[in-house]
Design a binder for this molecule. Structure first.
Ligand SMILES: NC(=O)c1ccc[n+]([C@@H]2O[C@H](COP(=O)([O-])OP(=O)(O)OC[C@H]3O[C@@H](n4cnc5c(N)ncnc54)[C@H](O)[C@@H]3O)[C@@H](O)[C@H]2O)c1
Length: 349
């Protein structure tokens, strides 16, 4: 087994820097080259991070023998092309979120991974790398919570519209044609993945969604925002399980985020991870709450997903973030947008 994994990065913008911060001191990874459609950007990135190769086209970087794996960190409209090309060139891939615009694209990418036998990991499952999420999933899957029948995530930004309030130079985020949607496809995909994972990845049977745009002052001209700021999604699954997700880029709300897991024996809430269960029968203390000893230190880290990807590939294991699960997230996301458009629940049964 190789001791170091040769990595290439495709797309050298904001998140590529987070991948580099994570991999820079991670000895098993060696970032050997980069490619960006904007060559100057790739050159500046390579200089900043001391990376040897700046490829002049995608094919050249994908066919290097010292590249074993590729991180695709382009915007959503440019995920499918480089991902499939890299898999077909025999490289393992970590693709940024959102995996794909729609399930048809996600199927093509997943099938390319299965056809070539190369791993395709997807960053929509980033939250699976957090210590608290892993502990919660371990408790849920071990049966310690009983039957986990409902999960709920509320994640509200006050003013956090990328392209307007944050990341002000990155305008594709608010353009439907290039981003595929707003808050839901951008950050809701993390929550959908985490909720389904903690439920045990059951089959989703129906999705109901409502979206809203226009919270906060409009995008300054000539920018135009044609994607949602706010989304509420409820989904039902086989086995009578359900989930609710509230996600915003912009709201008049702050510091009220929640991640809740409901089991028949015990429940969990995050930050800090706390287990709630019936106490010994006693009217004064009918409820017992225990703060679990896990450190949440990496919950703001974008990069741990790349370390986990590198380590899994070198160890011959499946990364935490498999494409089949990202495909399900894409199906739920598309059904949610369809439901928001029609005002009716969408059946996926
Ligand atoms: N910015 C964040 O905080 C953040 C966080 C998590 C995930 N992501 C995801 O990472 C991806 C990239 O986001 P970003 O913020 O880094 O965007 P960005 O616009 O800062 O960078 C994207 C880079 O990709 C390049 N590019 C575009 N098309 C390309 C192509 N076909 N081939 C090669 N390079 C191409 C662009 O020139 C640009 O340099 C998105 O899918 C986004 O959702 C971003």
């Amino acid at each position: 087994m190789a001791e170091r994994l040769g990595v290439a990065i495709i797309g050298t913008g904001t998140i590529a820097n987070a991948h580099m911060r994570s991999l820079e001191h991670h000895a098993p990874a060696c970032v050997v080259g980069v490619y960006d459609v904007l060559h100057d950007r790739a050159e500046a990135f390579a200089k900043k991070w001391n990376i040897e190769v700046v490829a002049s086209d995608l094919d050249k970087i994908l066919h290097r023998s010292d590249v074993d794996a590729v991180i695709v960190s382009t915007p959503p409209f440019a995920h499918m092309g480089p991902t499939i090309a890299a898999l077909e060139a025999g490289k393992h891939v970590l693709c940024e979120k959102p995996f794909a615009f729609d399930p048809a694209e996600a199927v093509k990418m997943t099938e390319a991974s299965e056809r070539t036998g190369k791993h395709l990991a997807v960053a929509s499952a980033r939250q699976r790398c957090w210590a608290a999420s892993r502990k919660a999933q371990e408790l849920a899957s071990s049966g310690e919570l009983g039957d986990v029948y409902h999960v709920r995530s509320s994640a509200f930004r006050f003013r956090g519209r990328p392209g307007i309030d944050i990341l002000r130079d990155t305008h594709w985020f608010i353009d439907h044609a290039r981003a595929g949607g707003g808050a839901l496809i951008d950050i809701g995909v993390y929550q959908i993945d985490a909720l389904l994972w903690i439920l045990g990845n059951p089959k989703v049977t129906s999705v109901l969604c409502s979206t809203r745009m226009g919270i906060g002052s409009p995008a300054p001209a000539p920018l135009v925002q044609d994607v949602e700021d706010h989304a509420v999604v409820m989904f039902t699954c086989e086995g009578g399980k359900s989930g609710i997700l509230e996600i915003t880029w912009s709201s008049n709300m702050s510091n009220v985020n929640q991640f809740l897991v409901f089991g028949t024996k015990a429940g969990l809430k995050f930050s800090p991870l706390t287990m709630t269960a019936p106490g010994p029968y006693n009217q004064l203390r009918p409820v017992e709450q225990k703060i679990l000893d896990v450190t949440d230190e990496d919950t703001s880290g974008f990069g741990d997903v790349s370390q986990q990807f590198v380590d899994a590939i070198l160890a011959g294991k499946v990364p935490h973030t498999p494409a089949r699960h990202a495909l399900e997230v894409t199906r739920v996301m598309e059904a949610a947008y369809q439901s928001a458009k029609t005002g009716h629940a969408v059946s996926l049964a």
